[in-house]
Design a protein around this ligand. Structure first.
Ligand SMILES: *Cc1c(COP(=O)(O)O)cnc(C)c1O
Length: 405
């Protein structure tokens, strides 16, 4: 199919999705960002600087690792794209380095970000320290209590964590507070968006910085196997690691692209985050997308064992790719995910992030649908070191350990 380079259109739309649903007062900031993006994204000097930081600071290219014992268990060839080996332990570094570099070129002095579980806040704090930019991270008071370890990590890197006391004191209130601050301080401040969500140009900009994942996969798999994979599987929260891995394969019709959402306690409960699979069209955080909402359009509370996938919406490009049937959408429950978490740890000596474990869980439960000679790439978006206390609590309190592990 002929897709790459066509989306989003000038208005920031991916078919019926995306766009700019933002208050008038934000428009100058978004326009300024869009102009800077257009100016720098194809500038060889900017690209060079970006790739050099990723190479020497984050350790790119990350390996494409043939997981032989997992392959034997599944019954086809499975490769893991090791984004967990990046500095900071996840793919998020690609995006924060890209945006902070762009912000610096724009003459901005400060970075702000919102964070729920603290992972994006931590990544932004890394970029702030790297570039010597003052960094403020807005975080709900409830989340600050729940994620004290991440709060400490951010503070250690010199970032200021600002407690948000309004509303439910969680992620969505932190976003509101962050946007309010941005409007008042746009002259010297960049709002560093954490995924391929938000108003245009963010979904496009974050995709371009994460594209490095798929570019590397393509080159590496051709070197190793001399052909393209049959499928690429990635978890989807907002969708940045997934679109990063998928984008350079969208035109390759024979490569299946599979996105896995958080099934939480199950599709038939109201405790999940299956926005692509079960959501309806609506506007959240500046963009048209599939959303988990009630009949009045109020956003529903979501649930996932992995904080990074616990989001009621999903990036507009994934909505479009799913609608035109280019993206296959699956899900994995908390229990299936924990099983996969344990399985990969035992088989390969790699502890995956709970987010990434959803992609592995999908592979495990669908293993009979793959042929012996199939080549599957799993995007291992992050390391599970951050999740150990969640997993041990879950096993202690919620389930019979024998059932799962
Ligand atoms: C944040 C995070 C995710 C979810 O974000 P996407 O934008 O959907 O990629 C997935 N995996 C890890 C390890 C994360 O830290």
């Amino acid at each position: 199919m002929d897709y790459i380079g066509k989306y989003p259109n000038k208005l920031g739309r991916f078919g019926d999705f995306g766009g700019i649903f933002a208050p008038e007062i934000l428009m100058p900031a978004l326009n300024e960002l869009n102009e800077a993006y257009e100016k720098y994204i194809n500038d060889p000097e900017f690209q060079n600087e970006f790739y050099n930081i990723l190479k020497y600071y984050s350790g790119r290219p990350t390996p494409l690792y043939f997981a032989s014992r997992l392959s034997e268990y599944i019954g086809c060839k499975v490769y893991l794209k090791r984004e967990d080996l990046n500095h900071g332990g996840a793919h998020k570094i690609n995006n924060v380095i890209g945006q902070a570099l762009l912000a610096k070129k724009m003459g901005k002095k400060k970075l702000i970000a919102e964070t729920g579980a603290g992972q994006h806040g931590f990544a932004t704090a890394i970029a702030g320290a790297y570039f010597g930019m003052e960094t403020k991270v807005f975080m709900g008071e409830v989340d600050i209590v729940r994620q004290s370890y991440n709060v400490y990590r951010m503070q250690l890197l010199g970032a200021e964590v600002i407690p948000v006391k309004s509303g439910s004191k969680t992620l969505k209130d932190a976003i509101n507070e962050g946007l309010r601050y941005w409007i008042a301080n746009v002259h010297d401040t960049h709002y560093l968006m954490g995924s391929v969500v938000g108003p245009h140009p963010y979904p496009m900009l974050v995709r371009e910085f994460q594209r490095v994942i798929g570019k590397e996969i393509k080159q590496q798999i051709l070197e190793l196997e001399n052909k393209l994979p049959n499928a690429i599987i990635a978890c989807i929260g907002g969708g940045s690691n997934a679109i990063g891995a998928f984008y350079d394969f969208i035109n390759e019709d024979n490569v299946k692209l599979i996105g896995v959402e958080a099934g939480g306690e199950g599709k038939n409960t109201n405790k999940h985050s299956i926005a692509l699979g079960l959501g309806r069209r609506g506007v959240l955080h500046g963009a048209m997308q599939y959303l988990l909402q009630n009949e009045y359009g109020n956003i529903l509370e979501t649930h996932s064992i992995s904080a990074g996938l616990d989001y009621p919406g999903v990036g507009p490009e994934h909505c479009y790719l799913s609608k035109i049937n280019r993206l296959i959408v699956g899900d994995a429950t908390d229990n299936e995910t924990l099983n996969a978490f344990k399985k990969l740890s035992e088989l390969e000596g790699i502890i995956p992030a709970l987010e990434s474990s959803h992609a592995i869980a999908y592979l495990i439960k669908n293993k009979d649908t793959f042929e012996k000679d199939d080549i599957i790439v799993i995007n291992l978006s992050g390391s599970g070191s951050k999740d150990l206390s969640i997993v041990s609590d879950y096993i202690k309190f919620k389930i019979n350990p024998k059932e799962i592990l």
